[in-house]
Design a protein around this ligand. Structure first.
Ligand SMILES: Nc1ncnc2c1ncn2[C@@H]1O[C@H](COP(=O)(O)OP(=O)(O)OP(=O)(O)O)[C@@H](O)[C@H]1O
Ligand SMILES: [Mg+2]
Length: 384
């Protein structure tokens, strides 16, 4: 793997794609640092594949430039770009052995002695014992690894992966996520991975770009996106968020105080994606696992300075590691709270009056002009 060329970053500058009057990708500026594992995450139809295909050269951009390092590759055909793509369908040659599938790129370039390189690749994807089998004699996950080996043997600067795990069942998919991550770390080349599965993107990628309607809404490390979403779409698409419409009461000394129905809540000013103005509206967000839940009779034990809400449990589901509660509160009819399964209070059942409380530092603020439910309905799809 030592002869992998140092390629530099993948840089998209003002890249867009129109199909007739429909703009599939809006002008996009994006840098994928060399050697990083980068994920394009978004719901079906948001423009992920189109973006990937423009990097590969399989699609001409309507506007903009694709750079690999300092090199403008926008006009180059796919086979002249130091880029390989792994598709969801793998597209292995059914009549060739695994060995010959992996050797294919070398043979096509007229390279005769392929044994060492093919052996290394098969070792990398842990399929050395399967060299003489045909693709139909392998499991889905094994075929997927052959597809990766077949692409990597060409020593691309960048490997593009378009939903490569889509055909696998959930368990195998989780295994392959770790496997792909290991391979990427080992070979050190840039991976650009397209997925609609938020958990997959977060597990594997150093950097995730969340796409929505042909635009990148937010880009960052998984934890950064999760903890500090800047839009309602990102807050709802990446995990679950409780979003509460509130009015700003005051802002001072880095603290924002808001009121919503019967409650007064606090949040740090630097966790607001929009500048809060007194009297203005803001969406206050908190993740379900940050909230503690107490039976109303225990409310006195909550320390001062915590954000607190009252409500009634409307639903609960025990899922082993945690119990997920839905709570009807004056500020919001369906707040979600995840309580870790440590000590279970048997009184916490539907109908019970409860108090929710959390550290104000765990609260974020979003622009209230957005659709509060953006990205919500797509969560179900991402679990498929
Ligand atoms: N050749 C084409 N002609 C017209 N419209 C197209 C064409 N290819 C894609 N589109 C449209 O562009 C949009 C983006 O498509 P794209 O394939 O990039 O989506 P995606 O994010 O990869 O979705 P999925 O997760 O379903 O694969 C979609 O609305 C799609 O219908
Ligand atoms: Mg696609």
């Amino acid at each position: 793997m030592t002869d992998t060329q140092a390629g530099g970053d993948v840089r998209l500058s003002g890249i867009s794609k129109n199909y007739g009057s429909f703009q599939a990708v809006h002008p996009l500026d994006l840098t994928v640092p060399q050697g990083s594992f980068f994920a394009l995450l978004g719901a079906s139809g948001c423009g992920k594949t189109t973006t990937l295909r423009m990097i590969a050269g399989l699609e001409d951009p309507t506007t903009g430039t694709v750079f690999l390092g300092d090199r403008d590759v926008t006009g180059l055909p796919p086979y002249k770009r130091p880029v390989n793509t792994v598709f969801q369908s793998y597209a292995l040659f059914p009549h060739l052995t695994i060995y010959e599938n992996v050797a294919f790129g070398l043979r096509r370039r007229g390279i005769k002695s392929v044994k060492k390189q093919v052996g290394e690749m098969l070792d990398l994807v842990e399929l050395g014992d399967f060299a003489q089998r045909k693709p139909h004699q392998l499991s889905g996950g094994q075929q997927q690894r052959v597809a990766v080996a077949r692409a990597l043997i060409n020593h691309p600067q960048v490997l593009l992966l378009d939903e490569p795990l889509g055909a696998l069942d959930l368990k195998l998919r989780r295994q392959m996520q770790l496997e792909l991550k290991r391979i990427q770390t080992e070979v050190g080349i840039t991976f650009v991975h397209v997925t609609h599965d938020q958990e997959e993107a977060m597990t594997m990628a150093d950097t995730v770009a969340v796409m929505n309607g042909g635009r990148v809404e937010q880009l960052g490390a998984p934890a950064e996106l999760y903890e500090n979403p800047h839009t309602t779409f990102v807050a709802n698409f990446l995990g679950t968020s409780n979003l509460i419409e509130a009015e700003v009461v005051s802002t001072s000394a880095g603290k924002v105080v808001v009121s919503a129905a019967d409650a007064t809540l606090r949040l740090p000013a630097d966790r607001c994606a929009t500048a809060p103005t007194t009297g203005g509206k803001i969406l206050v967000g908190v993740r379900p696992e940050k909230i503690s839940l107490l039976h109303a009779d225990e409310a006195a034990q909550i320390t001062d300075g915590r954000n607190r809400l009252t409500g009634t449990i409307t639903a609960s589901s025990f899922i082993g590691v945690s119990t997920q509660f839905v709570i009807d509160s004056p500020v919001c009819p369906d707040l979600e709270v995840y309580v870790q399964n440590i000590e279970r209070d048997v009184r916490l059942v539907p109908g019970a009056r409860v108090v929710l409380h959390w550290n104000p530092e765990h609260t974020f603020g979003l622009d209230a002009a957005q659709d509060i439910d953006a990205g919500v309905e797509t969560v179900g799809e991402s679990a498929s």
